[in-house]
Design a protein around this ligand. Structure first.
Ligand SMILES: [Zn+2]
Length: 273
C-alpha cells in the first residue's frame, strides 16, 4: 500500500494539481492531505467558494483515478464550513473527512485529528490548551471564532479555553484502532522535542500531549504539519519516537510532499517547483 502525504496547501491550486500527478506517478493507493486546505489570503468567509469551485472537482478527479483521499480542514480553515466540507467529501467514493475519525484501508487503520495547541494568532476555531497546566503564549489580540454572521470576538479567550477539552483529552476521545502496529495517526499539530515543531524564530511550539500519546501508544506512523518552515529551520522532517516514525514534510513556496510505501516503510521527501 503506497501513500502520498502532504499538508498545508492553503488553497494553492497548482500544488493540488501537481499532487494528483505525483500520486499517479508513484502509483499511490491513497492521498493523505493533512489540513489547512483552503485559501488563507483574502476574505476567509469566501473559503466555501474554494470548496465548491475547486476542491469538489479535485476530489472527483481523485475518485476517478481510483485513489482514496483522506483529509480534513485545519486551524486556518473556518469551522463554519465543516458541514459543507463533509457533504463535499461524501459525494465521492474514497474521499473521507478524517477529522476525529478512523478509516480502515485493508489492514491499515488511519486516525485523524485536527485540533491544534493554542497559538498567538486570533482565530481560535480549532484551538485547545495542550494539557491542563498549559501556559498560554502572548496573544496578538482578542480571540475570534467564526460564526455564520462573521467573527465573534471573545472577551476572554483564555477563560473560554479553560472550559474546553485539552489536546490530551481530545487524543483520549479518538477512535481506538484494533492493531496499533498497523495504525497511522494523521495529526495536524506536531509533537514537541523531535525537531518537527520549530518556527522561523527558533521557538519550539509542539505538543507535549501528542508526544506523550505517541510514546505510549506506539503506532507505526504519525503524520504532521502546521509549522510550515520547521523542516528547513531544524533540518529535520522525520524522527523516530520508539517504534513510531513521525513525519512532518513542511510546506514552503515549492510543493513539498512525502511518498511512503507502508509495506516496506521506505519513504522519501520531494520538493517541486
Ligand atoms: Zn495549521
Amino acid at each position: 500500500m503506497k501513500i502520498v502525504f502532504l499538508t498545508d496547501l492553503h488553497g494553492e491550486v497548482w500544488k493540488y494539481d501537481r499532487l494528483l500527478k505525483a500520486a499517479r506517478d508513484f502509483r499511490a493507493d491513497t492521498v493523505i492531505n493533512g489540513g489547512d486546505m483552503l485559501p488563507k489570503t483574502g476574505n476567509l468567509f469566501d473559503q466555501d467558494k474554494f470548496i465548491t469551485g475547486y476542491l469538489e472537482k479535485h476530489f472527483k478527479k481523485a475518485a476517478e483515478l481510483g485513489i482514496s483521499y483522506l483529509c480534513y480542514l485545519g486551524n486556518d480553515d473556518l469551522r463554519i464550513f465543516d458541514d459543507l466540507f463533509e457533504r463535499t467529501c461524501e459525494k465521492y467514493r474514497g474521499v473521507v473527512n478524517l477529522a476525529q475519525r478512523k478509516y480502515d484501508i485493508g489492514k491499515f487503520e488511519f486516525i485523524g485529528m485536527n485540533w491544534v495547541v493554542d497559538y498567538p494568532f486570533r482565530l481560535k476555531d480549532r484551538c485547545r490548551m495542550d494539557t491542563k497546566d498549559y501556559d498560554f503564549q502572548r496573544q496578538y489580540g482578542k480571540g475570534l471564532l467564526s460564526t455564520q454572521d462573521g467573527f465573534e470576538e471573545l472577551p476572554d479567550w483564555v477563560a473560554t479555553a479553560r472550559t474546553l477539552p485539552t489536546i490530551e483529552d481530545e487524543l483520549d476521545r479518538l477512535p481506538k484502532p484494533k492493531n496499533m502496529s498497523q495504525s497511522i495517526y494523521v495529526i495536524h499539530m506536531p509533537p514537541h522535542r523531535l525537531g518537527l515543531d520549530v518556527c522561523a524564530n527558533g521557538s519550539e511550539v509542539g505538543s507535549k500531549a501528542i508526544y506523550n500519546f505517541l510514546e505510549r501508544k506506539q503506532p507505526m506512523l504519525s503524520l504532521h504539519g502546521h509549522i510550515h518552515e520547521s523542516p528547513e529551520t531544524s533540518g529535520v522532517w522525520h524522527a523516530k519516537l520508539g517504534k513510531t516514525l513521525c513525519i512532518q514534510p513542511g510546506q514552503l513556496t515549492p510543493f513539498m510532499y512525502v511518498t511512503i510505501d507502508l509495506e516496506t516503510m521506505e519513504f522519501e521527501r520531494h520538493t517541486e517547483y
